[in-house]
Design a protein around this ligand. Structure first.
Ligand code: IVH
Length: 673
């Protein structure tokens, strides 16, 4: 039957059909093949758009609409099993407002009655139902489409955290539900094995876990060490406990593994606190999580609130910002760093990821490009974790059109045309030209950077001109610059030139740790530089130290020691040090009178947050480090002090949630004496 619709309605009908097909295709990729091509957020947006359209035009909803059911169809190869009670999914929320809206809805439904929430981690794996009869494991089933799953009993039996017999006396049929997952460690060793066997690696632990549970050979499954965190129990179709919290306790007593990070919360504010605290902890967990699940504790209220076809109304998933996304590589460029290392970088179609727009991702080196098989024009999955530069995870092979171009790694330095060398057994290719302008520019920028000699105003454009016009051949030449020649540069005037020279002059009195760091010795980061400076107390003594003497320093290993020794063995570098000293740059430790280690600071971790009154953050950091303290950027249980200034934000909240010692600038200064 054809329905006569006005043109605009027809185009809506075709949009709905397109959306439906698109969503079904992604569901199949995700649930059946474990090969998603889009992120969860993108998928949710498609479903939400379809749901809105169907709500507006209910006559256009078809019985096969993905909004009517839970997931995709089960893969072939295992027997199907109809769940006695459907394994529902969860509604997602991506921000605190969503959580508050969920709370309001729950309170409305509870109609004045008091209730609690349970907040627990949302483990990034796949849900499994485990059946016990008379306390003995008889069946393990995947979630499948929520209604029908696959019988994977043999494989579930291999999971060590799933007991074959419950530890408590149980008469009838009991169903345990939980999330099967691979720990980061198990995932890493599985991928290593696959790499050695020349098999394609898994993109993430969740894909690896999903792929593993569908392995036909249970011996392979057993070797991969899946785990399971239980989060629900049913007897028949009923929940046997008055509260979810009791159910979790029972599961633990029965011998199942229940995630220890859980909280009973009497308000949504407590739930939010838990979400923030766990977000800070996230990277330290032994397994991956993608958020927090919030559930109404009372099972009577759960029954009352009920569920839609997709998800219960008494629970919600609070998802942390996605760390993976899919986008296209528009080009691959090669950057040359201050050590001459050539780094290929993928230039991406900009994509929103974990709160920022990402337009480039590192490809690390030539071997990585080969391993990934990546070409220009490819669609790729990218990942951003913590504060690390985004990286390319894998190529979406199914989106290839044939128009992609193979990338050839340069054999000559893309900046100076110099020889590129890649010694046997090393992955990094380097430009070995001594006069490579890219390296010199990199060294200047590093020397002038905030944590080194802090020469404000010396940015990319100026460094480029200094190098191109051959005004500066090494960092010591910066101190010889004349006002007229700097003022004559592009986009410079007398005033800005004199400001820059004043900055350069001021940098002469930076302390020894900053100078040592600024020299850019391989393997000598900020912390190593501080240790070296505090131990040897002058550049001359450091230059004269043997590799053994350096290696003797607690926390410094042989690689650093040898690298330092090699650097000072170079005649050019020794000459550079002499010229720096002759120009008046401080080469002695300024805090000469200070003890190298101070009881209150030595070995302690500090986090600085907010705007301090009189000190800049870098100054505060330098003072703390001069006493042997350590400044880190993330708040954790290991943080000893959090120094909070004005407008301190989420770090302070986290510190409060963790019960850490919070001090202000005045107290810090008091400690510093
Ligand atoms: S409760 C009706 N609790 O998240 C309640 N699910 O996005 C359904 N998941 O299919 C699940 N950790 O695979 C629950 N602590 C947890 C969970 C959890 C991970 C997964 C589960 C579910 C999916 C929904």
């Amino acid at each position: 039957m054809t329905v006569d619709l006005p043109t605009s309605a027809k185009s809506i009908e075709s949009e709905i059909k397109q959306l439906r097909d698109e969503i079904l295709r992604h569901e199949e990729l995700y649930y059946v093949h474990d090969r998603p091509e889009i992120s969860d957020v993108e998928y949710d947006a498609l479903v939400e758009r379809l749901r809105q359209l169907e709500e507006e035009y209910p006559e256009l909803q078809t019985p096969d609409s993905p909004t009517l059911r839970v997931g995709g169809k089960p893969a072939e190869g295992f027997e199907q099993y109809v769940h006695r009670r459907p394994m529902l999914s969860l509604d997602n929320s991506y921000n605190i407002e969503d959580l508050r809206a969920f709370d309001e809805r729950c309170r409305r439904l509870a109609d004045g009655r008091a209730f609690e929430y349970v907040a627990e981690l949302k483990i990034d794996g796949l849900s499994i139902s485990v059946h016990y009869e008379g306390g003995v494991l008889v069946r393990g089933v995947t979630r499948g489409d929520g209604r029908v799953g696959e019988d994977v009993t043999q494989n579930v039996r291999t999971i060590r955290s799933v007991p074959l017999r419950l530890k408590v006396k149980e008469g009838g049929a009991t169903e345990v539900r939980g999330e099967a997952y691979l720990s980061r460690k198990a995932f890493a060793s599985l991928n290593l094995e696959r790499e050695e066997a020349d098999e394609p690696k898994f993109a993430n632990p969740r894909n690896a876990a999903a792929g593993t549970i569908r392995q036909l050979d249970p011996k392979v499954v057993a070797r991969r060490r899946l785990d399971l965190f239980a989060y629900d129990v049913l007897r028949g179709e009923r929940k046997p406990f008055a509260t979810h919290w009791e159910a979790l306790d029972w599961l633990e007593r029965a011998g199942l593994s229940v995630n220890p990070h859980r909280a009973k919360c009497s308000s949504i504010e407590e739930v939010i606190e838990f979400c923030n605290r766990m977000e800070a902890e996230r990277d330290r967990l032994e397994y991956e999580i993608d958020g927090v699940v919030v559930k109404v504790n009372s099972t009577a209220l759960q029954d009352e609130f009920g569920a839609t076809t997709k998800a219960p109304r008494w629970a919600i998933a609070y998802k942390y910002p996605a760390r993976q996304a899919t986008t296209q590589i528009e080009n691959i460029i090669v950057q040359v760093g201050r050590t001459g290392a050539l780094t290929p970088v993928a230039m991406l179609t900009p994509v929103q990821l974990a709160g920022t727009v990402v337009s480039r991702a590192t490809l690390h080196n030539e071997d990585e490009i080969k391993r990934l098989g990546v070409k220009i024009g490819d669609w790729v999955n990218i990942e951003k974790s913590g504060e690390i530069i985004p990286k390319v995870l894998s190529v979406v092979a199914s989106r290839r059109t044939g128009a992609e171009k193979t990338f050839r790694f340069p054999r000559k330095c893309p900046v100076c045309g110099g020889v590129v060398s890649r010694p046997e057994g090393e992955v990094v290719a380097r430009c070995v030209a001594a006069d490579c302008t890219a390296q010199l520019k990199g060294r200047l920028l590093h020397f002038a950077s905030r944590r080194a000699m802090r020469i404000e105003g010396l940015g990319d454009a100026l460094a480029e001109q200094f190098v191109q016009k051959r005004m500066v051949r090494d960092v010591a030449d910066l101190y010889k610059l004349k006002l007229e020649e700097v003022a004559a540069l592009e986009r410079m005037a007398e005033k800005s030139a004199s400001n820059l020279l004043a900055q350069i002059e001021a940098s002469k009195s930076r302390d020894l740790p900053q100078l040592v760091y600024g020299l850019g010795i391989r393997h000598v980061g900020e912390r190593m530089a501080a240790l070296l400076a505090r131990t040897f107390r002058s550049l001359e003594r450091l230059a004269a130290a043997t590799a053994e003497e350096i290696d003797d320093i607690h926390e410094i290993g042989l690689t650093v020691a040898e690298s330092v020794r090699d650097w000072f063995d170079d005649e050019g570098n020794r000459d550079l040090c002499r010229r720096l000293r002759d120009e008046g740059v401080r080469t002695e430790l300024a805090g000469g009178a200070l003890p190298a280690h101070d009881e209150a600071f030595a070995g302690r971790q500090f986090v600085l947050t907010g705007k301090l009154e009189t000190l800049t953050r870098d100054e505060a950091r330098a003072l703390i480090e001069a006493r042997g303290g350590r400044v880190t950027s993330t708040v954790s249980k290991k943080t000893d002090y959090i120094v909070a200034g004005e407008d301190a934000g989420s770090k302070l909240d986290k510190a409060r949630a963790l019960g850490l010692t919070i001090i202000g600038e005045a107290e810090l200064k008091e400690m510093l004496g």
